[in-house]
Design a protein around this ligand. Sequence first.
Ligand code: ADP
Ligand code: MG
Length: 408
Amino acid sequence: MKYLIQKFGGTSLGDDEKRRKVASIVIGAKHNGFLPVVVVSAIGRSGDPYATDTLLSYAREHKKEPTPREADLLMSCGEIISGVIMSTTLQKSGCPAVFLTGAQAGIITDGTYNNARILKVDPRHIIRHCREGKVVVVAGFQGVSEAGEITTLGRGGSDTTAAALGVALGAVSVDIYTDVDGIMTADPRIVTDARPLETVTYNEICQLAREGAKVIHPRAVEIAMQKGIPLRIKCTFSEAPGTLVTSQDEINKGAIDITRDRTITGITHIPDITRIKINTGEAANIPAFQGRIFNALALAGISVDFINVHPEVVYFTVKNADAGKAVKILENMEIKPEVLPDCAKVAAVGAGMTGVPGVMARIVDALAEEKVLILQSADSYTTIWVLVKKEDMEKSIRALHRRFDPCR
Ligand code: ADP
Ligand code: MG
């Protein structure tokens, strides 16, 4: 049995015409001898009637947040609505289909509301329906805890559902359908001449996804990678071949090593971050003082990034949304932080940069030409990050994309 997971994002399901296009893709796979298992996200994007954020906004009256448990029950409705409509569309097209919630599909998670982790998948019901000749449509982004509570998987959770089902069913591929032609060398909304990448390794795409290329969730990549299930990122609305994500070994078997001739695979960005600077020079015991800062933030569950520790000064970044809380914690410790809101992290990612001299020089040079001030930088074997002001973000992404011409 050749299972094929086909995941469709919210923008692929927005109206009846789009859903009929989705149905034709699924039916095409069935005709080609696959057993398609379809994973759906909620319909549309923020602002659309049943999108995840819209559902939450209904419960947020008078600024009172629903409890995490109730929020999950509410959010899980988005994928249920979308899945029922999709299975009905398939049936109307003459294709036997059945819809299953995450719980019915056997997606078992831990009990962390809003950000649950899939512990195991019991695909029994999916297999039974497939054997009966039906296309199974599964609600993405949701599961059930061992205590029987409905949970959701956090941002990009439908990608994770698709990857977990791919592993549980030993699928030939997990195909992620979206509104762009694959994984691009930069966000196509910012770089108009960004190009789709033909083949990338799991590691590269994980890195791109973590650094902000939101087209696939990094957790989904990690899950698929563990069992070597290929991922393909494709566009619902075009015939473009899309991006194949696989292991370096598989790529080498094809005799072309794509990472060898490209230094940079893609340029990514994460907006809406705040840089915090603390002068530590006056403290009596500087190492202990530095330790107290990071411990206090960790205790409050605030994730810090871009950490730069010097004897006289400590720099780090937090999400804009966490900045107020972070400052309050620091002020309670009698620390007066210098706060620079609205920064963005821009990264050049590429396994091919390892051992190549001069990459940082080219980045600094490209940004200097655009008169962009680099606030901070950091690097690893495969990534170089720069922190810039938000108003410089798009300019920086375009400048780096031009300079490295990724993919060529
Ligand atoms: P879906 O609803 O299909 O899950 P997402 O909004 O999660 O769609 O992801 C697709 C979007 O990701 C694209 O519309 C694109 O603007 C954005 N994106 C950001 N970086 C990249 C990239 N490097 N390659 C492709 N898309 C990207
Ligand atoms: Mg997505």
